[in-house]
Design a protein around this ligand. Structure first.
Ligand code: KIV
Length: 264
């Protein structure tokens, strides 16, 4: 593939076993532009936008309208990157018709190239219905933030044999339903490695060890903007400090008259 070519869901799927896949979340146009310039093939407009940008405690309050707003901004800047938009809580769970309408709006109104949904076996028919409409689907198993109330918190999943077996089944069901990639969130590295070998779609891990086909991070965590980060995150920059210092310096300069200074 030439460097100038747009990433598509089939191309991403074709990377399995050939090249590891980097994916980052993006919630706005400038971040999408930078991500694309760095050659990152997938921009995920995660419903984590609710926690990272909108100040919610969980992803549960995020609405489809908010996802459309942020996805459209990312799509305007994404260039070659594949734009994957999260289907937010209750936008796809009630019925296949709801799922098709919600995913359709993300593609048609916001310019998403694909959608992501949380859940396994129970959503295999939803994945099939979306694919039948021409919408590529990324799956998501393991820790499912939209189920945080049922899970009792943001905890590693798949630690017991029963839970591990459910996650294996979920990943296989999504693979068979045709997902072009599957996110594995917060599961033991051994289980993620096993699932990665068992499914034909590339797996993209977050807190799931090194043997996934790719890795995703929340951009705020990678940039060192988050107040708290999970232990598996590696901050590649320390922007909280940098921005805090810049703001404090600006305030001092305004108060002292150093900015804007004497007219030139
Ligand atoms: O919403 C999100 O950012 C996600 C990633 C953590 C995979 O789903």
């Amino acid at each position: 593939m030439s460097a100038s070519e747009k990433w598509t869901a089939p191309r991403v799927r074709g990377l399995k076993g050939r090249r590891r896949i980097a994916m980052l979340t993006a919630y706005d146009c400038p971040t999408a532009r930078l991500l694309d310039a760095a050659g990152i093939p997938i921009a995920l407009v995660g419903d984590s936008v609710g926690m990272t940008q909108l100040g919610y405690e969980t992803t549960l309050p995020v609405t489809l309208e908010q996802m459309i707003h942020h996805t459209a901004a990312v799509a305007r800047g994404a260039g070659r990157a594949l734009v994957v938009a999260d289907l937010p809580f209750l936008s796809y769970q009630p019925s296949l018709a709801d799922a098709i309408r919600s995913a359709g709006r993300l593609v048609k109104e916001a310019g998403a190239d694909a959608v992501k949904l949380e859940g396994g076996e129970a959503y295999a028919d939803t994945v099939r219905a979306l694919i039948a409409c021409g919408i590529p689907v990324m799956g998501h198993v393991g820790l499912l933030p939209q189920s945080v109330r049922a899970l009792g918190g943001y905890r590693t999943q798949g630690r017991t044999e029963e839970s591990a077996e459910r996650i294996r089944r979920d990943a296989r069901a999504l693979d068979e339903a045709g997902c072009f990639a599957i996110v594995l969130e917060c599961i033991p590295a051994g289980l993620a490695a096993e699932i990665t070998r068992a499914v034909s779609a590339p797996t993209i891990g977050i807190g799931a060890g090194p043997e996934c086909d790719g890795q995703v991070l929340v951009v705020n965590d990678l940039l060192g903007l988050s107040e708290r980060t999970p232990g598996f995150v590696r901050p590649y920059a320390r922007l909280r400090e940098t921005i805090g210092e810049a703001f404090a310096k600006f305030r001092q300069d305004v108060e002292s008259g150093a900015f804007p200074g004497a007219p030139g």
